[in-house]
Design a binder for this molecule. Structure first.
Ligand SMILES: Nc1ncnc2c1ncn2[C@@H]1O[C@H](COP(=O)(O)OP(=O)(O)OP(=O)(O)O)[C@@H](O)[C@H]1O
Ligand SMILES: [Mg+2]
Length: 509
């Protein structure tokens, strides 16, 4: 007998419907799985056999052929265990065929018939919205999928549980979307900007960077608080909208990173890839394309600590996602696009020993070593970073100060106001922040008075700034003016923006 079961697979971060056909005919007992399965799916024949037997069903000792259609898509992972088992039970007459067509099944089986969680529940649920199909999912994933309105999601825990539900013996209530989560405004950040003592210049630069969505690099001696500052950045960037949350959750869901029984991600991601990371782990890829760190940081922050320690090819690979806001991975039979709009935050020491700019400790590096160290990050990557700041060692006076600084909440409210101004300004331009202004837009929206123009002239002729930082200074000046709610850029905005070009001022680059 032949049975047909519906399931789904994720390709990139999109879901594709998969049909599983199970045919049982007389012949020597044998199981064949066709339709481009990977090793995990091929192994499912043993898991499914044990799960069926251990759930008190009968495993047919005949010839079983399982086809995963469409046959030109590579399928991977153990999430087809449950639909294959249901297909075998239906084809051997142990479950009624007719009710199966309304359901989509997903789940990995344990040998005792228990159902284990799968990856990609949210993109699959989103693809089934308004399809009139009902989704049967492992209970660990069901809450994540239930966020999609217009879809009935049934959480299940064992194979017998599914069979009893289909036969009408067990009643399972579909999960309804958790409205509270969607409306939740409170962000569960444990860190706060007020933890960082002193470092007023760095904090100010962080505020400007977050307001205009500018990428930022911090340079300073060890222990000056660079990592500490960066980790607190998500607490001041504007809150995620529901659309942003869903986009980010989809990417995390494909890698199975949503904690069991939780639904969507409401706090901005903060990703900190280690400097030994490969280019594929950073930008995504693999035989079956998977998102990398830049996509996991989508709508959040990508923090690259110890920047010069990263391999050069890894830094080069960052250029395209930084520019376009997405990564395209091409394979022979698929082209996958992963979104990757993130704010890049980098930290580094000024030299290999770290103490070149320190006033107390002596640096032991030779000019040659310093040159070599700094040259690793020069050029095109630096070109995409608007704000460079030096973070000096913290003074004892600041460290011992018991009064706490400004809370993240206060800083965030100022940033939100500056964002509103930018959103209104760019409503017809297709961008949302000052950092995204093209050369043409920068000229249109950053008009300077004579005094400001003179300042910029001095910066370029006397301080040796390159022409390419002209636009960057304009964009940052615009953000500083927006933070003050000023429609025009004033000379003090420009002079502050010039301050944030420390790498151009120094001999290093
Ligand atoms: N401004 C500060 N206020 C309070 N504590 C600080 C400050 N700066 C540093 N610290 C303390 O020093 C520790 C180390 O700081 P952090 O890791 O941020 O240094 P870093 O600049 O990233 O150093 P490295 O260059 O070695 O990575 C922090 O965990 C914190 O306890
Ligand atoms: Mg650090």
């Amino acid at each position: 007998m032949l049975s047909r079961i519906f399931s789904s697979a994720t390709i990139g971060i999109e879901a594709k419907p998969i049909e599983i056909e199970v045919d049982i005919t007389r012949g020597l007992p044998n199981v064949v799985i066709v339709g481009l399965p990977d090793a995990a799916i091929r192994e499912s024949r043993d898991r499914v056999k044990a799960a069926i037997k251990n759930s008190q069903f009968e495993y047919p000792s005949e010839k079983i052929t399982i086809n995963l259609a469409p046959c030109d898509i590579k399928k991977e992972g153990p999430s087809f265990d449950l639909p294959i088992a249901i297909g075998i039970l239906a084809a051997s007459g142990q479950i009624d065929f007719n009710i199966l067509k309304d359901f989509v099944f997903l789940g990995e089986l344990a040998l005792n018939g228990k159902i284990r969680p799968i990856k990609g529940a949210l993109p699959i649920a989103m693809s089934l919205k308004n399809s009139r199909k009902k989704l049967i999912l492992p209970e660990e994933n069901a809450r994540e999928a239930s966020i999609v309105e217009g879809l009935e999601t049934y959480p299940v825990s064992t194979l017998s549980n599914v069979s009893n539900f289909l036969k009408g013996i067990d009643i399972i209530a579909p999960l309804s979307p958790d409205k509270e989560i969607l409306l939740e405004k409170i962000q569960n950040y444990e860190l706060d900007f007020s933890d960082v003592k002193g470092q007023f210049l760095a904090k100010r630069a962080m505020e400007i960077a977050s307001s205009g969505n500018h990428n930022i690099i911090m340079i300073g001696p060890p222990g000056s608080g660079k990592t500490m500052l960066a980790k607190r950045l998500p607490t001041i960037i504007p809150e995620m909208t529901i659309e942003e949350s869903l986009e980010t959750t989809k990417i995390h869901s494909v890698l199975g990173l949503i904690p069991a029984k939780s639904s969507i991600i409401r706090t901005r991601p903060f990703r900190t890839p280690h400097h030994t990371a490969s280019d594929i782990s950073l930008v995504g890829g693999g035989t079956v394309p998977k998102p990398g760190e830049v996509s996991l940081a989508h709508n959040g922050v990508l923090f690259m600590d110890e920047l010069p320690e990263f391999h050069r090819n890894v830094l080069e690979a960052l250029r395209q996602p930084l520019e376009d806001g997405y990564v395209t991975v091409s394979r022979i039979n698929s082209i996958v696009r992963f979104p990757s709009k993130f704010m890049l935050v980098c930290a580094m020491n000024p030299c290999p020993c770290g103490y070149l700019t320190d006033t107390k400790k002596q640096c032991h590096c030779t000019p040659n070593q310093i040159q070599k160290y700094m040259s690793k990050v020069s050029g095109p990557l630096l070109d995409r970073i608007d704000i460079h700041i030096e973070v000096p060692s913290v003074k004892y006076k600041d460290l011992s100060d018991e009064s706490s600084g400004e809370k993240s909440e206060v800083i965030r409210s100022r940033i939100m106001q500056a964002r509103e101004i930018q959103l209104a300004r760019f409503k017809d331009e297709g961008i949302f922040a000052n950092s995204q202004m093209s050369h043409k837009l920068a000229r249109r929206y950053c008009k300077l008075d004579d005094a400001s123009r003179d300042l910029l002239k001095i910066a370029i002729t006397e301080l040796g700034f390159s022409a390419r930082c002209y636009d960057k200074i304009l964009r940052v000046s615009r953000t500083i003016a927006d933070l003050e709610g000023k429609p025009d850029i004033w000379p003090d905005h420009v002079s502050e923006a010039i301050q944030y070009r420390s790498l151009d001022r120094n001999m290093w680059v």
